[in-house]
Design a protein around this ligand. Structure first.
Ligand SMILES: Nc1ncnc2c1ncn2[C@@H]1O[C@H](COP(=O)(O)OP(=O)(O)OP(=O)(O)O)[C@@H](O)[C@H]1O
Length: 207
């Protein structure tokens, strides 16, 4: 499956943020989204994930292929690491969790309640969940928040393994992930031009 996005425009709170977003991603490829705070990377990812409608443009790829990793971790605090992953795999009709435990160095924590994990450990578990979905298109919003250098390395290896299996990834990040093979899209220059009338209503849009 190829991911093709053409002339996408997105808004948040009624305010247009980005326009003319176009890219094509082939199996085995990753795209890194860059851009200043507030430029619309999260909003773009939400639109790609089908969580909000775009203002305009075309998206051609299978929505069922998407595994979305947003800011909220969505972990079940009263379930163990193993139970969280097993549950998530089962939701996607799968059972295997060991490769994900290994990839994110979670074996030693497999029986710990997710609610008792540190911020970085929770983040690793949240990322491990992507692997057990079996879904080919990872859409990731700031996946390395709370991760130490070693864990960023684990994440980069996991993405690389995913790409090697024919997967794809679109990743919004401010840091250097150590994925030089990834393509980069800077959304900064794609800032939507607000019509004057809309500029008057700008504050209202956030109320
Ligand atoms: N729920 C909301 N309602 C209204 N406006 C919002 C909402 N969430 C975010 N925004 C605004 O939309 C704009 C784009 O936010 P977005 O989170 O997409 O940017 P970003 O590029 O991901 O930023 P960052 O690099 O800080 O994560 C910002 O001005 C933000 O304040």
């Amino acid at each position: 499956m190829e991911m093709k996005v053409t002339d996408l425009a997105v808004a948040r709170g009624g305010v247009p943020l980005l326009a003319g977003v176009s890219f094509t991603l082939a199996p085995g490829r990753a795209l890194i989204l860059r851009g200043p705070n507030g430029s619309g990377k999260t909003t773009l990812l939400r639109a790609l994930a089908g969580l909000q409608p775009p203002l305009a443009g075309e998206m051609s790829f299978d929505r069922e292929a998407v595994a979305y990793g947003g800011h909220a971790d969505g972990l079940k605090a009263q379930m163990t690491v193993t139970e969280n992953l097993t549950f998530w795999a089962a939701v996607h009709g799968l059972r295997e969790i060991d490769p994900a435990l290994t990839a994110f160095d979670l074996e030693g924590l497999r029986d710990r309640l997710a609610g008792t994990l540190s911020a970085g450990q929770k983040r690793r578990l949240g990322l491990a969940r992507l692997m057990v979905t079996g879904r080919p298109l990872w859409l990731l919003d700031e996946p390395t928040v709370s991760l130490d250098t070693a864990s960023v390395g684990l994440f980069a290896e996991a993405v690389r393994g995913h790409l090697a299996r024919g997967g794809m990834a679109v990743i919004a990040t401010h840091i250097e992930l150590g994925l030089p093979e990834a393509e980069v899209l800077d959304v900064g220059p794609l800032k939507a031009v607000l019509p004057a009338a809309q500029l008057d209503d700008f504050d209202e849009a956030f109320l």
